[in-house]
Design a protein around this ligand. Structure first.
Ligand SMILES: Nc1ncnc2c1ncn2[C@@H]1O[C@H](COP(=O)(O)OP(=O)(O)OP(=O)(O)O)[C@@H](O)[C@H]1O
Ligand SMILES: [Mg+2]
Length: 294
């Protein structure tokens, strides 16, 4: 059963179609990634998922609740950070976080402590928000999305402005939350991070979902590059390129043994065999096209 469902959502703003017939699903305990070029519609989709925008056409269901009709029934179970943290500038980080957890009537000192420790925000919790650095604000923004222990966590480019160590800790926190059954949807332009933590990844382009990648399957899609001396043999269905006076055979894992045997039977010298994983970045470039990535 999908716990969060976006069904055929189209969003038109000022006569412009920003989202076109988007459908997306996320299950309990899943980390779902949303990637796409600037302006492809990620933040707009997040605003629809969190009821900031109503869809022009289509529906969003969270725990089978129609968001547009009964948002208040589920609002305390949805935490989000979209674009930048929108918190009270004159309050400290601590005051802001306390306010959110009390607003939802869900203050829990254990969760409060855990979130602050994991995100390492204790040392600046008493600094006024408008005196915080960008990275400090971002961490408090992430904390604000999870401090009231919601089941659904929506994070739009959460690692923006975070330093390297904080990104590692953030990814660990997301994995922990998913093991507790939270449903997390996040966007990022750092494809290696998305690949590391997401179970499923949607690619958005010009307001449309153009692909959905099962990340577990993608991770196991390995190819091998076999570098050999030049030869004149014909090998069907194996792409072969020439590089630096050598032949390079591109083979799938299940073809590897047969090809190696065939090369050896024909006394063709092998110089090296290289493993090539089909990374999310390669898939992304393949789907989006090079022009958009120039
Ligand atoms: N309130 C608005 N009024 C008019 N156009 C808008 C509005 N909000 C967004 N857009 C347009 O919708 C498109 C998608 O914007 P959106 O912010 O959702 O993209 P994004 O994928 O989040 O981009 P980025 O990676 O830069 O954050 C853009 O062309 C943007 O100009
Ligand atoms: Mg955005």
């Amino acid at each position: 059963m999908n716990s969060l469902e976006v069904k055929s959502v189209t969003k038109i703003i000022k006569n412009k179609k920003i989202l076109n017939n988007i459908s997306l699903e996320a299950n309990d305990g899943q980390v779902v990634g949303l990637i796409g070029p600037n302006g492809s519609g990620k933040s707009t989709l997040f605003k629809v998922i969190t009821n900031i925008y109503n869809p022009t056409i289509g529906k969003v269901f969270v725990d089978n609740i129609d968001l547009q009709k009964e948002y208040e029934k589920i609002s305390s179970e949805i935490g989000f950070l979209i674009e930048e943290p929108s918190l009270y500038e004159n309050l400290t980080g601590k005051e802001n976080l306390m306010l959110i957890s009390k607003l939802y009537n869900k203050f829990d000192s254990n969760i409060f402590e855990e979130v602050c420790n994991e995100l390492e925000i204790n040392k600046f919790l008493n600094v006024r928000f408008n005196k915080c650095s960008m990275g400090m604000k971002q961490k408090i923004g992430i904390a604000a999305a999870i401090i009231h222990n919601p089941k659904y966590i929506i994070l739009d480019e959460p690692t923006n402005s975070l330093d390297a160590e904080s990104i590692i800790k953030f990814k660990r926190l997301i994995k922990t939350l998913a093991t507790r059954g939270k449903t997390i949807i996040l966007s990022s332009h750092i494809l290696s991070d998305v690949e590391e933590i997401c179970d499923k990844i949607y690619i958005l382009q010009n307001g449309e979902i153009i692909d959905c990648i099962n990340n577990q399957e993608n991770k196991h899609c390995i190819q091998y590059l076999i570098y050999t001396e030049k030869f004149n043999l014909r090998i069907d269905q194996i792409p072969i390129i020439e590089k630096d006076g050598q032949k390079v055979l591109i083979v799938k894992e299940e073809q590897l043994n047969d090809i190696l045997n065939m090369l050896s039977r024909n006394n063709i010298r092998i110089f090296k065999i290289q493993e090539k994983r089909n990374t999310l970045q390669e898939k992304f470039i393949e789907r989006i096209g090079y022009n958009e990535c120039d």
